[in-house]
Design a protein around this ligand. Structure first.
Ligand code: NAD
Ligand code: DAU
Length: 356
């Protein structure tokens, strides 16, 4: 048996592939375009493994995807491939529309053509799992209940709008053509192999480099944090037992204001790799101009996944963030390699002159 994973050289897809190869006897075909966010070093430990087949390519390349489907005959497609960074979507939304919207459409078309030609038993068993985000639901007020699956869509950034559009396409391919789709909406992930443009790895990497820790606005925006391997276990569970056509929210029951997250990272670094002058890394915190259209609060109600499929996160924020900080301290080569020239250009453009 084989599964086709897209975006499996990125942060969550990479963790998913590593877990899959370690924990299942099945083959995984990993299709990734290797954008700035895709990194084969994340997959170094499975490079020689016959159960992992890496293919560089675009989910929108129908002839490639159709060839891969015909050749490997997967029982499922898990679609992680996307442009994923909100700040980049503000500077350049085009790539988000191309991959997240048009790319998902192309992938659905390829999947549908393949699925409709399968023998009945394989057709019944086939699943298309689309990995979406809680950001499609918009922003919560301080005392609003967390997002349930019934929450209406209110995306506020080009990124979340492009993910919302892809979710609608996935839904439509189920209702119109019968493709057996599943969609998950996960909250903010953190953990090993996350590209240091996102809050937690950026703070670790900047702290160690003696640079400023840029907190947007007042730092009181709230996110619901989930350790990445818990997202991977949720995706596996939904793939295994989710009901086609259904959507499932995935979250860590772990809401934190950004400033608290940054201070926690600083405190862990103070303990594990103290600054040479004996002061706290917290002195490097700088408040910078806010993100345009910045959503104030996300929180996930993950009771459906727990009640119907029996999933709960294994990590708390306290255990997960300690593991994460340790991982970045233990893997300086991975960090050094992803901070290429293109990375430095992005950081300069995004943060130069941004201090408030
Ligand atoms: P990421 O940016 O780290 O990785 C994305 C991967 O997709 C990269 O390896 C990239 O090369 C690949 N890719 C991009 N365009 C492609 C294309 N056209 N064809 C093939 N591959 C392509 O992203 P991530 O943080 O790992 O997120 C993975 C998925 O999970 C995304 O769909 C994202 O919307 C969703 N998600 C992320 C989070 C989070 O906190 N990071 C939370 C919820 C949902
Ligand atoms: O909620 C799920 C989403 O989480 C995913 O769909 C996205 O792919 C993922 O990028 C993430 O989006 P966020 O915008 O919430 O993540 P980010 O790490 O960019 O920012 C987290 C919070 O920290 C957010 O409120 C903005 C703030 N922030 C971020 C950066 C990069 C800062 O204050 N300073 C920064 O330098």
């Amino acid at each position: 048996m084989t599964v086709l994973v897209t975006g499996g050289a990125g942060f969550i897809g990479g963790n998913f592939v590593l877990d899959w190869v370690a924990g299942s006897g099945e083959q995984v075909v990993n299709l990734d375009k290797l954008t700035y966010a895709g990194n084969l070093e994340t997959l170094a430990s499975v490079a020689g493994n016959r159960r992992h087949v890496f293919v560089q390519g675009d989910i929108g390349d129908r002839s490639l995807v159709e060839r891969l489907l015909a050749e490997h005959r997967p029982r499922a497609i898990v679609n992680f491939a996307a442009e994923s960074h909100v700040d980049r979507s503000i500077h350049g939304p085009g790539e988000f529309i191309r991959t997240n919207v048009v790319g998902t459409y192309d992938l659905l078309e390829s999947a549908c053509g393949y699925w409709s030609g399968l023998p009945q038993a394989e057709k019944d068993a086939f699943r298309f799992l689309h990995i979406s985000t809680d950001e499609v639901y918009g922003s919560l007020g301080p005392s609003d209940p967390p997002f349930a699956e019934t929450r209406r869509y209110e995306p506020n950034s080009p990124y979340s709008a492009s993910k919302a559009a892809s979710d609608h396409l996935v839904r439509a391919w189920h209702h119109t053509y019968g493709l057996p789709v599943l969609t998950t909406h996960c909250s903010n992930n953190y953990g090993p192999y996350q590209f240091p443009e996102k809050l937690i790895p950026l703070m670790i990497v900047n702290a160690l480099a003696g640079q400023g820790l840029p907190v947007y606005g007042d730092g009181l925006q709230v996110r619901d944090w989930l350790y990445v391997t818990d997202h991977c276990s949720a995706a596996r569970r939904v793939l295994e037992a989710g009901k086609p056509g259904e959507t499932y929210n995935v979250g860590g029951w772990s809401e934190k204001p950004n400033i608290e997250v940054v201070k926690t990272v600083c405190a862990l670094l103070d303990e594990l790799r103290p600054r040479q002058d004996g002061t706290s890394y917290a002195r490097q915190i700088t408040f910078v101009a806010d993100r345009p259209g910045h959503d104030r609060r996300y929180a996930i109600d993950a009771r459906k996944l727990e009640c119907e499929l029996g999933w709960r996160p294994a990590e708390t924020f306290e255990t997960g963030i300690r593991k994460t900080v340790r991982w970045y301290l233990d893997n300086p080569e991975w960090v050094a390699n992803v901070r290429s020239g293109a990375y430095r250009e992005w950081v300069t453009r995004q943060y130069e002159g941004a201090t408030t």
